[in-house]
Design a protein around this ligand. Structure first.
Ligand code: GAP
Length: 433
């Protein structure tokens, strides 16, 4: 399955400033990754698009940004303290640890025998405050969902929304994964974009279907190849403890078909459990029927880092252009970290540089994701921009300045995917980017 494509993506991501190993100069920290200057732009584009689509463009959605550290009672009530576990085995010989469901009979490193399988809780525990003891234990949230459920009543009290409505959150989540692997696919610190969509029990199936379609619409908007996404109906027994129905959206990553996102029907499990544990009434009053009940929940859950990896995997392309092989990222314009690059043909001609600077600053007012590049010859600049997925390059040359009077105030616009160049008047650039 993996034909070296994954290694090439990881290497490009590092070389061009998308993703670096976490704490690299100290030898790294397993399961952590740092996003570089282009990676953070790409990731922000993904998050902004999601927020726009699922919060700002809708009347039935509310955003929150809850604290990562939460009262330990939250995770007791949600079932994570007792149940958020993976099976762990330790090799008796080399002491390495593995997820029991991901290895065979013997240690893959030294062929040693494994000890007993035991359950390992994946939450990161920490102490809050200067004293020790049970009362100060807290956890880094293992899913952003917890921060949404504890704010259900706050949002209802502030906005009095009518069902169905949803609360959304984007933020970090932490899991002490036994075996972090496959680049940013499985890490110990990652980001989620989650919605808890509250419905009356009878509405759950239509809401589930609506969010199923929304997941595909989002994939299309960020440029994840639709043919590479597959729905998996998760069977009884394999679902999380809170779910009555789950679809996993799987993507054909270079290392195999794996979960990209999840869509779950969490019933009224969470609000009922939090109401019981906190002794706060989390029911909802339907004004039209005067009926009071605990809403049910549909939860689409998107991993930001897996989205970035699926986008990189979908965009990574090798082809031949002008008789040379090249590598480029065929990013959808919506997520491309740089929307256009502006070049003066020669960097030692002040009149070219001044005009190019003028165009660059004007475009930057339209979108800040514009790059200036005057390094090396034009061919090298094109290759560099192709590798970071810039959709168009704009070159200011002597014709722009009027050497050929017919072409004054026009520039060369070069397309990333075809390599084709055309002459475009400067005012028309704005509609092209
Ligand atoms: N609130 C539901 C929930 O957290 P999940 O299937 O455990 O469900 C949801 O996680 C999504 O979060 C996954 O589909 C994936 O995109 C992302 N995710 C989960 N664990 C991850 C990890 N260790 N590294 C990167 N992303 C992860």
């Amino acid at each position: 399955m993996n034909d070296g494509r994954m290694e090439k993506i990881v290497s490009l991501a590092k070389r061009r400033g998308f993703v670096y190993q976490g704490s690299e100069i100290y030898g790294g920290l397993a399961g952590t990754w740092d996003y570089g200057p282009l990676g953070v732009e790409l990731k922000n584009n993904v998050k902004q698009l999601w927020w726009r689509m699922f919060v700002q463009d809708r009347d039935d959605m509310f955003g929150v940004d809850a604290a990562i550290l939460m009262n330990a009672e939250v995770w007791k009530a949600s079932g994570h303290v007792d149940g958020f576990q993976d099976p762990l085995v330790e090799c008796k010989k080399c002491k390495r640890r593995f997820r029991a469901d991901q290895v065979g009979e013997n240690c893959p490193e030294c062929s040693g025998d494994f000890g007993e399988v035991r359950q390992f809780n994946m939450m990161f525990q920490t102490q809050v405050g200067a004293t020790d003891g049970e009362g100060t234990v807290s956890y880094l949230r293992p899913e952003t969902a917890g921060g949404i459920f504890v704010n259900f009543k706050n949002v209802v009290d502030s906005f009095h929304p009518k069902l169905p409505f949803g609360v959304a959150q984007i933020g970090k989540a932490f899991r002490n994964e036994i075996a972090p692997r496959d680049f940013v696919f499985r890490s110990r610190e990652f980001e989620q974009m989650e919605v808890e969509y509250f419905v009356s029990e009878g509405e759950w199936e239509s809401a589930f279907e609506m969010w199923r379609q929304n997941v595909h619409a989002f994939n299309e908007a960020v440029g994840i190849s639709p043919g590479s996404v597959h729905e998996l109906e998760v069977p009884d027994g394999d679902r999380a403890h809170y779910s009555k129905r789950t679809i996993d959206f799987e993507f054909d990553f270079p290392f195999g078909r794996k979960e990209l996102y999840g869509l779950a029907y969490r019933t009224d499990f969470d609000l009922t459990a939090h109401a019981a544990a906190s002794r706060v009434d989390l029911s909802y009053l339907d004004d039209s029927t005067s009926e009071r009940f605990v809403p049910h929940v549909i939860e689409p859950s998107f991993g930001v880092d897996r989205t970035v990896l699926a986008i990189l995997s979908s965009a990574y392309t090798e082809d031949e252009l002008g008789g040379e092989t090249r590598t480029y990222l065929k990013f959808n314009k919506n997520v491309a970290p740089i929307k256009a690059a502006v070049f003066p043909l020669l960097k030692n001609k002040p009149e070219l540089v001044a005009k190019a600077r003028e165009v660059y600053l004007a475009l930057k007012k339209l979108t800040p994701q514009i790059m200036w590049d005057d390094n090396g010859n034009i061919g090298k600049r094109y290759r560099r921009q192709d590798e970071i997925g810039t959709p168009v390059c704009i070159t200011i040359d002597f014709d722009t300045l009027g050497e050929n009077p017919d072409l004054i105030d026009t520039v060369t616009l070069r397309d990333r995917d075809t390599g084709e160049q055309e002459r475009v008047a400067i005012p028309d650039l704005f509609s092209r980017i």
